[in-house]
Design a protein around this ligand. Structure first.
Ligand code: PYC
Length: 319
């Protein structure tokens, strides 16, 4: 039976993994005009590659991945995947991909790059020293508050603020779910229950009038800590790049953060991202922000994975 090889380079951004697929995907699975089209083609024809590389026995329940693809619109195209499916945008993943590809020499060590993601174009600033990437900042796609959904729970109602920041987030005060952020594992079930309840309420996107299905829940604490739960209960070990953009956008909407004012957000393993709102504008009555977030990633290894035609086990996750 035939054996297929997949080459990856792996990074962590503030503790959160990104498995970056460099080779092994058939060209026919990555056709399309935009990065979103290429992602959709991959999802329709090669989703088993995502499962193979994200889930056990090669990955794990909290694995995350990225696939760099060519594009005429930017210096780099990339789409993002997890154990369950795909996200349109990912901050920690973008920081990881840019770090790995610049350090490999696959991307120019230029201080300014543009990256096309399924959510749109993202401007990236790269800080290097001694041939290494020290810090990556990205200016996210347009971000805005969608609506507030009040969820009834046994412990009392919880207010979830739905925000678009490349992905739809439900941002909620951890206290209102009866959890502290001291133990990330404790956040998973309440976050998934909240996501189900918010999505049952069918929030809408104020810029399109279309559904705004929440992909991730961000639990926040007043001291700047946050914990983001996504996919089937994956916990982002980093402060979450797009989640930090959602938080910045909310703080700005609430009058608690001026344009240019910087905040630091701390994730479940103590790593931090810094962020600020670079600009805002009002479009059809909706305040749209341009959030900028920066952080640091490190390459953890390079891998050659095999798909052995005799191996019938398939992929799975436990936990
Ligand atoms: O960093 O944007 C992010 C992210 C989303 C899900 C996991 N990480």
């Amino acid at each position: 039976m035939e054996r297929t090889e997949f080459i990856t380079t792996d990074t962590h951004t503030g503790g959160e993994p990104t498995r970056i697929v460099l080779d092994g995907i058939e060209d026919g699975a990555l056709t399309g005009e935009t990065v979103r089209d290429k992602r959709d083609r991959f999802a329709a024809t090669a989703d088993g590659v995502r499962a193979l590389l994200m889930r056990e026995p090669r990955g794990h329940a909290d694995m995350f991945g990225a696939v760099p693809v060519p594009t005429d619109r930017a210096d780099l195209g990339v789409f993002f995947m997890d154990t369950e499916g795909y996200l349109d945008m990912c901050g920690h993943g973008l920081i990881g991909v840019v770090t790995a590809l610049v350090e490999r020499g696959d991307l120019p060590a230029s201080p300014e790059l543009t990256v096309e993601t399924p959510a749109g174009l993202v401007d990236v600033t790269v800080e290097t020293a001694d041939g290494r990437v020290r810090r990556v900042a990205f200016e996210n796609v347009d971000s805005y508050v969608c609506e507030t959904v009040t969820v009834d729970r046994d412990g009392g109602p919880a207010e979830a603020r739905v925000v678009y920041a490349g992905n739809y987030f439900a941002v909620v005060d951890a206290d209102s779910l009866g959890v502290t952020l001291d133990d990330a594992a404790e956040c998973i079930e309440p976050a998934l229950a909240l996501r189900r309840a918010v999505n049952d309420a069918a929030p809408t996107d104020p810029t399109t009038g279309e559904p705004a299905p929440v992909a991730a829940v961000e639990l926040t604490a007043g001291d700047g800590r946050s914990c983001v739960v996504f996919a089937d209960g994956s916990v982002d070990r980093s402060p979450c790049g797009t989640g930090t953009c959602a938080r910045l956008t909310l703080h700005h909407a609430d009058g608690d953060l001026a344009v240019g004012e910087r905040i630091e957000v701390t994730g479940p393993v103590g790593s931090t991202f810094e962020g600020y709102i670079a600009d805002t504008r009002v479009e059809d009555g909706v305040t749209v922000t341009s959030p900028v977030v920066s952080g640091t990633a490190h390459v953890t290894g390079e891998h050659t994975f095999y798909r052995d035609g005799n191996d019938t086990l398939g992929s799975f996750t436990i936990g």
